[in-house]
Design a protein around this ligand. Sequence first.
Ligand SMILES: NC(=O)c1ccc[n+]([C@@H]2O[C@H](COP(=O)([O-])OP(=O)(O)OC[C@H]3O[C@@H](n4cnc5c(N)ncnc54)[C@H](O)[C@@H]3O)[C@@H](O)[C@H]2O)c1
Length: 246
Amino acid sequence: MKTMMVTGAGAGIGEAIACAAAAAGYRVAVLDVDAARAAAVALSLKDGVAFGVDVSDEQAVDAVLRSLGAAPDVLVNNAGIVRFGPLLEHSLENFKAAVNVNLIGTFVTARAVARGMLERGSGVIINMSSINATHPAPGSGAYPATKAAIVSLTQHMALEWGPGGVRVNAIAPGFIDAGMSTPIYANPRVRELRGGAVPQRRLGTAQDIANAVLFLASDQGSYINGHELIVDGGVVNSVLAGLPRE
Ligand SMILES: NC(=O)c1ccc[n+]([C@@H]2O[C@H](COP(=O)([O-])OP(=O)(O)OC[C@H]3O[C@@H](n4cnc5c(N)ncnc54)[C@H](O)[C@@H]3O)[C@@H](O)[C@H]2O)c1
């Protein structure tokens, strides 16, 4: 049985990835800084194990790997936070908090897991970016910069670890009706406007992202390495579609 380790799996998109992975036959390691949420999600899975861990804490991540006994077959670096606020008033504390979880957490966890994967000669790593990486949402602080850095880090990891049998890719979700965006889409008018702005005329779901994870993790994605897979219903390509016309 293959093992998938999912960070930030106590809620939102990560929880959906953990559930989809379990349904696809993976043993799932559910990691979240919220230990109670991690435990609840792991308990709901056929074969889940929970770890309350901060992904930016090297010692804590190493302890998870020791407890698992072997590097997972798949790592999904999904844990992420956003601290809202315009850049001019953005505190260094908020900026650093997002860098710490999103970028440093991705590096710390991927590096720890990759050591074991490279020793074994196989593994898949999927890092969660965002369409914010290329299209920053005003007022989202360090978030877009961290997501752009994750794409660069993904390419870098793919170059260094590909020869050792480890594939590394990123997923860039668009407007997802789940997790950290739930409060935004609680407003029916915003839901309607945002969904209507997507060429597929709907918001994305956590399941849409989980499907992309399972594809990249599977042998069907076996020659995809260093890629950023945009899963957004076409919205980042729609600038010209929104131009005023006669
Ligand atoms: N929801 C969206 O619209 C959307 C869009 C694009 C990208 N994303 C990305 O998808 C990922 C999941 O987001 P979500 O919407 O499900 O958010 P969410 O807030 O629902 O879930 C994030 C999870 O990460 C956990 N977490 C936070 N800091 C952590 C840390 N230091 N260590 C371990 N776990 C930690 C939280 O406790 C939470 O359970 C994030 O990387 C996010 O940037 C989300």
